[in-house]
Design a binder for this molecule. Structure first.
Ligand code: CMP
Length: 139
């Protein structure tokens, strides 16, 4: 089925002017950008977004990283969008990411890993609603 997922192009990628290169890989993987905006996340926004990770040892560093520069938040649409996006992103740790994936191509480290993508349809809906109003998504 055609579904939606939520994506973030992270500060390490925007800093290196890779917004277009990353988006091209998403599009070539069969995903369509149906909403997109470049934002500076606030600390509160980043903490709320990564709430599920708040007990993890990397939480504070992760929040600092995510507010260290602009990000591009996107809604992606396509056949089986969550899985399609996760496949093209590659493993969280670029050292484990397959050839041809975004993280293998561009990620700097497990933290500065260039992209975020929702891990389930349920979380995709929650994450999309966290950043976008329905009228900002144009399919
Ligand atoms: P993301 O898919 O956005 O979800 C949580 C983020 O935490 C992850 O990508 C990485 O950017 C970051 N992170 C930092 N260290 C780790 C770690 N050890 N394991 C998982 N995620 C980590």
């Amino acid at each position: 089925a055609v579904t939606r997922t939520f994506s973030i192009i992270k500060p390490d990628a925007t800093r290196r002017n890779l917004t277009g290169a990353v988006t091209k890989m998403l599009e070539e993987a069969g995903l369509r950008v149906v909403a997109s905006k470049r934002i500076q996340m606030s600390k509160e926004q980043a903490e709320g977004f990564y709430e599920v990770h708040k007990e993890r040892p990397f939480f504070n560093d992760l929040v600092s990283f995510m507010v260290s520069g602009p990000v591009v938040v996107q809604v992606l649409e396509g056949e089986d969008a969550v899985k399609r996006n996760r496949d093209v992103m590659g493993a969280t740790n670029p050292a484990d990411a397959a050839e041809g994936t975004i993280r293998k191509s561009y990620a700097e480290s497990i933290e500065a890993n260039s992209v975020h993508g929702s891990d389930s349809d349920e979380n995709a809906a929650i994450e999309i609603a966290y950043f976008f109003k329905p009228e900002e998504i144009v399919g």
